[in-house]
Design a protein around this ligand. Structure first.
Ligand code: KIV
Ligand code: ZN
Length: 508
């Protein structure tokens, strides 16, 4: 069995997904969860992209132990020096520098000759290697590049000090057979390649990212770059959960394994979905709502007789509990907190108390409380956002022959503000009342409503995205009352927006 290095780029390539905008706190939260998941490397961001990106990479480098913390940099001195500063606080740090090598990119994007690209590669890797001991080099758009030129570029990068050579399928263009051949060609024709780790990075434009990454592993790659839930530019990157569970399930074929704690997959997937506001499609492999659902009678019959008839992996192996009844309102704070710890949450006193209060109020509304309910309550709360506007009171009247009307009362610092509004429906009325009370103009981009568990008394879960000044802010709310969940989600998105506006303003 070969050990495969899992390089997670959720916070860099994943954050480049359309509509994803994470703040520093959220990135740190995800990075800590990625460390729990056991990834070998975290690509924390692209420091040159913005001051916020720099701050996030630095925060992660200073506070997350275990994985190698990586910063991305173009093959130019300014980017590389900034990346080195951002990761300086990490025990294990890496600079990942890249330059495009395909004729299309060199000619139209870079306007550089192959000789210039070769020279920039050498200089960039040499500079990075003078600043940190671990350097990765990527030839962007490798799968549309000339193979001999690629070998030349990689040989130059290795000679200049790169320890990892990444072969990106930047536009999701390759096929498993072609990619395997390319890797074999690079292995055979690149001087010094035996000293380097071969890494792959696949995009999903043709739905082939996972298949291509796994073919690469079989061809000799030892690092796979991937993201949680397959987030990423355009159609996304190879999904971490798919790569890891494929290797775990078919070790007999791949002869390879990873260090991932697979029982942390479901939690990580949910956290990323919650904080990014990007919902997971129900039929998504491994982490989709339906991944373990058996609909047809024949399948249900088979699974009841013997699970392995239709299940090749178990829900437990990715950390999905069987939804057992855990606690009731007489359980007390200690038992509640103990259960949260068992579920992997380590909340501070104030947060634990807040979660407990929500749990007690949920007990009054819902007959059975499951682990999934507890996770939903806590996941909503761990979104660390200052509650500029906090919901105090909500009243809605609606019906088939009346105008829906909402009254919303919020706490804003020392003030309590109240407004009422009518709307097309109860949610519209609430959102109009909130717009009045906050006096903030928002543009609601998306609204999604789901149920956390089955049953008529299930917790409703609402995810919204609002746009402000070109940026999207996600909010999530849960409640057995879907109108209240909608209001909580909207207020959370607005609070995030206010926080971002504040941190964008110069101090003083
Ligand atoms: O897709 C790509 O080529 C990249 C590189 C920066 C590795 O994301
Ligand atoms: Zn990419």
């Amino acid at each position: 069995m070969r050990d495969i290095i899992i390089f997670d780029t959720t916070l860099r390539d994943g954050e480049q997904s359309p509509g994803v905008n994470l703040n520093v706190h959220e990135k740190l939260q995800i990075a800590k969860q990625l460390a729990q998941l056991g990834v070998d490397a975290i690509e924390a961001g692209f420091p040159k992209a913005s001051p916020g990106d720099f701050a996030a990479v630095k925060e992660i480098a200073d506070n997350v132990q275990g994985p190698i913390i990586t910063a991305l940099a173009r093959a130019v001195a300014g980017d590389i020096e900034l990346a080195a500063k951002a990761v300086a606080g990490a025990k294990r740090k890496r600079i990942h520098t890249f330059i495009a090598a395909s004729p299309i990119h060199m000619r139209y994007k870079l306007r550089k000759t192959p000789a210039e690209v070769l020279k920039m590669t050498r200089n960039a890797v040499r500079l990075a290697a003078s600043l940190v001991s671990d350097v990765e080099f990527s030839a962007e758009d490798a799968t549309r590049s000339d193979w001999d030129f690629l070998c030349e570029v990689y040989a130059a990068a290795i000679a200049a000090g790169a320890g990892t050579i990444n072969i990106p399928d930047t536009v999701g263009y390759t096929t498993p057979v072609e990619y395997s051949r390319l890797i074999a060609y690079i292995l055979e024709n690149t001087p010094g390649i035996e000293k380097a780790v071969i890494s792959v990075h696949c995009h999903d434009d043709l739905g082939m990212a996972t298949a291509n990454s796994l073919a690469a592993v079989m061809a000799g790659a030892t690092q796979v770059e991937c993201t949680i839930n397959g987030l990423g530019e355009r159609a996304g990157n190879a999904a971490l959960e798919e790569i890891v569970m494929a290797l775990a399930t078919r070790g007999d074929v791949y002869q390879a394994r990873t260090n991932i704690v697979t029982e942390q997959i479901a939690r990580t997937s949910r956290l990323v979905s919650t904080l990014t506001g990007v919902a997971i499609q129900p039929n998504k492999a491994i982490v989709g709502e339906n991944a373990f659902a058996h609909e047809s009678g024949i399948h249900q019959d088979g699974v009841l007789k013997e699970r392995s008839t239709y299940e090749i992996i178990t829900p437990e192996s990715i950390g999905l509990s069987q939804g057992r009844l855990v606690l009731g309102k007489h359980s007390g704070r200690h038992a509640f907190r103990q259960r949260l710890i068992e579920l992997g949450y380590n909340l501070g006193d104030a947060d634990a108390e807040k979660a407990y209060e929500r749990f007690i109020s949920l007990c009054d509304r819902k007959k059975t409380i499951t682990d999934r309910d507890l996770e939903a309550i806590v996941d909503e709360q761990i979104v660390q956002v200052e509650e500029e506007f906090a919901l105090e009171y909500l009243a809605v009247t609606t019906g088939s022959s009346m105008v829906p009307t909402a009254t919303v009362r919020v706490r804003h610092g020392a003030d309590v503000l109240q407004e009422a509004a009518c709307g097309d429906g109860p949610v519209d009325a609430c959102y109009k009342a909130i717009d009045r009370v906050t006096q903030i103009e928002t543009h609601l981009v998306s609204y999604a409503l789901g149920a956390v568990t089955g049953g008529k008394d299930a917790l409703g879960e609402v995810t919204v995205q609002v746009r402000d000044n070109g940026h999207l802010y996600a909010g999530r709310g849960t409640s057995t009352d879907v109108i209240e969940a909608s209001v909580r989600a909207y207020l959370q998105a607005i609070n995030k927006m206010i926080q971002a506006r504040k941190s964008a303003q110069p101090e003083g």
